[in-house]
Design a protein around this ligand. Structure first.
Ligand SMILES: Cc1ncc(COP(=O)(O)O)c(C=O)c1O
Length: 372
């Protein structure tokens, strides 16, 4: 997958003959939805993660929305979450009429700072949406203890973190609801798609009903026991998911190798590299995000690399500063200074499991000259 002089994209899914084979199997079966491939994907996913239950859904966003229903989030509630994330981890609360409350992040991990979370709790707080940003596990034990102390629901947004481990156990196997996403830049892809894992049979039953228009397992097709959604994952997508999970170990290993090559190539550059793992946190590599030194013109750097055919992106903006969030909730600068500082200086560089060494060398060279 070398492109000696061609364009180097930000991400790329790993698709091969096995993906084609299983997708074709579904097409030839004529069962494009609610066929056997959905449960096959869910079983394999639950087994891979070590989760009791996995419910496939049509996107990570859909999964997070359903988690808000599981948590009983209602109009007037507050949901504490990270400002340094993709917007869906905050939007899901708004879908249910709740207000997102942003607690600042830890500058090292870029995940929620548990002390900031605790300080943000009010009598209206109903849930915490904890994000594992860039595949780095958040402080699950501390956040869970806060939830227990204050009677709150814990929802994990593990959309970027399939395969990551916290204290030795894979994310998604810690019993509270955790959402994964399978957009093509993720560790595995189903095109669009996602899944929610949980350790609770009741929560799983509710997820399965909610994603399927509120149908009850016991009732017929046009009997609906509750307000639900069409958040089902179709069987073509599930087939891709099965093929992807079959090679998950190779995908994760490839991503680890690419990340460690970047760490070598970028050593000594005037920028901060992603945080290394420790005994409690094992990252699943999602994107490769570097933090530029203060005073460097990030847009100019991105532009310089773009001119060399190398795609980079400012990554991630702080959610509370998005225009619709400012307009609706009155958020502004200074609310979460650590997140805002990270947002001004972080950028993603090309990253995927089969990124060629020569391409990484080109990225490093271009970055070196842009930073001079
Ligand atoms: C942290 C986070 N949460 C939620 C989502 C939403 O997932 P999807 O795009 O599948 O709806 C994403 C995906 O980009 C994400 O990165």
């Amino acid at each position: 997958m070398s492109t000696a002089t061609g364009a180097i994209g930000l991400s790329a899914p790993w698709l091969d003959e096995r993906d084609e084979e299983l997708v074709l199997e579904v097409l030839r079966s004529g069962r494009l939805s609610l066929g056997p491939m959905g449960p096959r994907f869910e079983e394999l996913l639950a087994e891979t993660i070590g989760a009791s239950y996995a419910a496939a859904v049509s996107s990570g966003t859909a999964g997070l929305h359903l988690c808000m229903r599981l948590a009983g989030v209602e109009t007037g509630d507050e949901v504490i979450t990270s400002p340094y994330s993709f917007v869906a981890s905050a939007n899901c609360a708004i879908y249910e009429g709740a207000t997102p409350v942003f607690a600042d992040i830890d500058p090292r991990t870029l995940n929620l700072d548990p002390a900031a979370v605790e300080a943000a709790i009010t009598p209206r707080t109903r849930a915490i949406v904890a994000v594992d940003i860039f595949g780095y596990p958040c402080e699950l034990d501390e956040l869970r203890a806060i939830c227990e102390r204050h009677g709150l629901a814990l929802v994990e947004d593990a959309c970027e973190a399939l395969g990551a481990r916290y204290k030795g156990r894979q994310l998604g196997s810690h019993d509270h609801p955790a959402t994964f996403a399978f957009y093509p830049n993720k560790q595995i892809t189903t095109g669009e798609g996602g899944a929610v894992t949980t350790g609770s049979a009741e929560e799983h039953e509710l997820l399965v009903s909610l994603r399927n228009q509120g149908r009850l397992e016991t009732a017929s097709w046009l009997q609906h026991g509750r307000l639900g959604y069409n958040y089902r994952l179709d069987d073509v997508s599930a087939a891709l998911g099965v093929a992807q999970l079959e090679k998950l170990e190779r995908i994760l290993a490839g991503r680890r190798d690419v990340a460690s090559r970047y760490a070598e190539l970028l050593a000594g550059f005037d920028l901060e590299l992603p945080l290394a793992d420790d005994a409690e946190h094992e990252r699943s590599w999602f994107v490769y995000v570097v933090k530029l030194a203060r005073g460097i013109d990030r847009d100019a750097v991105i532009h310089r690399l773009g001119a060399d055919g190398i795609a980079c992106a400012p990554y991630l903006p702080s959610i509370h500063l998005q225009s619709y969030m400012r307009d609706r909730f009155g958020f502004g600068e200074g609310l979460c200074p650590v997140s805002e500082d990270a947002s001004e200086r972080t950028m993603a560089i090309p990253f995927h499991a089969r990124l060629a060494r020569e391409d990484q060398e080109r990225v490093a060279e271009a970055l070196r000259s842009a930073l001079q």
